[in-house]
Design a protein around this ligand. Structure first.
Ligand code: PMP
Length: 364
């Protein structure tokens, strides 16, 4: 038994065996403001209507037409420019993995580059595929370091440059003139990850329209369907066609596709929620500004990064008061003493600010 298990374990990659698993923390019993979910559920009427729709889906069949219809509906919803194509992922996490697969050339050094701190899946997906990851530190005020980005692109000739727009966890958009120069310098793909687009002032559709090497990635997660798992990647039709070959053929289930279509038919509900969250973000900024020793950074997403005197103590203090936020202080030196607060409902945000205030008083 033991020998057989050892042989089986031995065929697994050494680096995989040495990895720590991606941690999904339980938020049971807590106000969950740690992962940029939309806090609003559908109304009871809409939830019932969705249930009826899902109840009619033929789950004995593999996904086919409805998945294609979802892709078309998303292309229409986003006003995707002519000549571009769209592929679906089981969340944008899956698309990031497929992109890593698409550029991996065994025996060659292939690099994925992105500013850091940034979204962790760019680095993890590279590691899973034996690609090199180059993280270029942002400036102290979380802007792109243009000179460092251009130098790193020149030196490493990355197959993929990821620019999260807005960035996670810093929640800011990049300077468009700097992006243009990065696109001009990049020898391969430039992926604009617009997970937080519903909350931002600008997007990269125009950039994509002008440059065949620019892909735009979005997700329905922050729109209000994080549990459904639908991401999509748009770009030059020929490029997308090739990347799409690596997609498991039935990666988006019939239930996901139906729920996605239902959501797009009710897009005005989600647009209203996004508008409320943007307004609530500004109210939260004002409340945070009144707290002593808390520096809140500007945000174009549904989260606010704050620098506090002691992130570990305050994270624990808030959790003890029933509020879960994300402690990002260990992610990167630039994030020392930082917490990332997701914008929730007015009640949730009031509880979050109260918990932060009480934890500050306790720590001080
Ligand atoms: N991109 C960014 C920048 C993110 O922050 C996230 C999730 N937090 C994702 C992509 C992944 O989103 P999903 O897999 O839910 O589509």
């Amino acid at each position: 038994m033991k020998a057989a298990l050892d042989r089986a374990l031995n065929v697994l990659r050494d680096d995989v065996r040495a990895m720590s698993p991606y941690q999904v923390h339980s938020a049971a019993g807590l106000i969950k403001l740690d992962s940029m979910e939309n806090p609003y559920r559908l109304s009871d009427d809409l939830q019932r209507a969705l249930g009826e729709r899902l109840g009619r889906v033929a789950i004995n069949r593999y996904p086919a037409e409805r998945t294609q219809e979802l892709a078309w509906a998303l292309a229409a919803h986003t006003k995707m420019p002519a000549g571009k194509a769209l592929m679906l992922g089981n969340g944008s996490d899956e698309l990031i993995s497929l992109l890593a697969m698409a550029v991996c050339k065994p025996g060659e050094t292939v690099t994925v580059l992105s500013p850091v701190p940034g979204f962790v899946m760019y680095e993890l997906s590279a590691k899973y595929q034996h690609l090199d990851f180059v993280g270029v530190p942002l400036t102290a005020d979380f802007e792109l370091d243009e000179a460092a980005m251009l130098a790193a692109i020149e030196r490493h000739q990355p197959a993929i440059v990821y620019l999260a727009y807005p960035n996670n966890p810093t929640a800011n958009l990049w300077d468009d003139a700097v992006i243009e120069r990065i696109v001009a310098a990049a020898p391969g793909l430039v992926v604009m990850d617009e997970a937080y687009q519903p909350f931002a002032e600008r997007d990269a559709m125009g950039l994509m329209a002008r440059h065949p090497q620019v892909l735009v990635m979005r997700t329905m997660s922050k729109f209000g369907l994080a549990g459904v798992r639908i991401g999509y990647l748009m770009g030059n039709a020929e490029l997308i066609q090739h990347i799409d070959k690596l997609r498991p053929p039935y990666n988006v289930s019939v239930l996901n596709a139906e729920a996605g279509l239902f959501a797009l038919e009710h897009a005005e509900v989600y647009d209203r929620q996004a508008a409320e969250l943007r307004a609530e973000r500004e109210r939260l900024q004002a409340a945070l500004a009144s707290l002593p020793d808390v520096h809140a950074y500007p945000s174009q997403g549904n989260m606010i990064l704050v620098r506090v005197p002691d992130a570990n103590a305050l994270h624990a203090g808030m959790k003890a008061r029933g509020v879960l936020v994300k402690n990002v202080s260990g992610m990167h030196p630039l994030l020392a003493r930082c917490l990332r607060l997701t914008v929730g409902t007015p009640q949730e945000n009031a509880a979050m600010v109260a918990a932060l205030r009480a934890s500050l008083a306790e720590a001080g």
